[in-house]
Design a protein around this ligand. Structure first.
Ligand code: ZN
Length: 313
């Protein structure tokens, strides 16, 4: 049975930008991804040229499987997921992680998005356990305005990372200002950084901050950005939410995600991005991929179809 995007959004009980977040501690054992303690979540370190990179697992939530192929039948999505042994939870949900990619270089600490916030996510306690206090975060590079990405920026008007310069996409901010009906919560999250004169607006296809280049991947949101992170001749492409599941959207880039604002534009962005990642043989990171979210896109023949191969370290 085909379920429309509208029905999907309705079935989750909230509007297009509201995601019902479930703390990892409340998930079933098969979905538990934070075995270290109640507070500190899983993290993973790796080198990228001169940078020391860290992936921190902030949270996870279940989404109806129909979200992972909103323009095809639910049976088709289920068949695809089952063929890859992806666990489907009670009620037909698939687990999506929330992971923060972090670039460190000397005193520099750059976060890519901010997770689900201090009342829900495990980013801050995990950073503390790694010896990185919130005060020590120097930069935050935002991909888009959705709550699972921006809620960690501030809490009740107080910046979570009070010294960090916040890099925000100009086209995304333009959309938010023009559409306060859907973006008011995100605007509230951003306001303390604006008040503190800590926001730098960046354009597509520019160097946002040293070694971080914006790649416009519009469609998931109006101004959604992915990033090429480079050190010397090494590159990591942070896809953010241009690809939310490697198991449905890499074999089928034309499938749309339930939260894609413009599904047609999102699919075009996804195809262009995957072609680049495969052609450049780039390491990729997905914010909602299985922990730690790192791997490669291998093209299947001449088709616009890709297999995700987790990176081996
Ligand atoms: Zn997201």
């Amino acid at each position: 049975m085909s379920i429309s995007r509208r029905q999907l959004l309705k079935s989750i009980g909230v509007g297009a930008v509201g995601i019902s977040l479930i703390q990892t501690s409340k998930l079933s054992p098969s979905y538990a991804q934070s075995p270290t303690s109640a507070e500190v979540a899983a993290y993973f370190r790796f080198a990228l040229g001169d940078y020391e990179m860290i992936v921190v697992s902030d949270n996870a939530f279940g989404l109806p499987i129909g979200f992972f192929g909103a323009n095809v039948s639910e049976d088709e999505v289920r068949t695809q997921l089952e063929s890859l042994h992806i666990p489907i939870g009670n009620g037909g949900t698939v687990n999506a992680t929330v992971m923060i990619l972090i670039l460190t270089q000397g005193e520099r600490v750059t976060l890519f998005d901010t997770g689900t916030g201090i009342n829900a996510g495990k980013l801050v306690p995990t950073l503390n356990a790694l010896g990185i206090s919130p005060d020590a975060v120097t930069e935050i590079v935002m991909s888009h305005y959705h709550p699972d990405h921006i809620d960690g920026l501030s809490n009740n008007g107080t910046l979570t990372f009070p010294n960090a310069q916040v890099f925000f996409a100009q086209p995304e901010y333009d959309f938010m200002q023009a559409n306060p009906d859907v973006a008011s919560a995100a605007l509230d999250k951003l306001q303390p950084a604006l008040d503190a004169d800590l926001v730098t607006f960046y354009a597509p296809d520019t160097e946002v901050t040293e070694g971080v280049f914006s790649i416009p991947t519009y469609g998931h949101t109006a101004g959604h950005m992915s990033f090429s992170i480079r050190s010397g001749d090494t590159q990591l492409i942070n896809v953010a939410d241009a690809i939310t599941s490697p198991y449905t959207f890499m074999p089928n880039p034309e499938w749309s995600f339930g939260f894609d604002a413009d599904p047609v534009q999102a699919a075009e962005s996804r195809k262009t991005l995957l072609d680049r990642i495969a052609s450049e043989r780039a390491l990729m990171f997905g914010y909602h991929f299985p922990f730690p979210g790192l791997g490669y896109a291998v093209r299947q023949g001449d088709a616009e179809s890709y297999t995700f191969v987790p990176a081996a370290f």
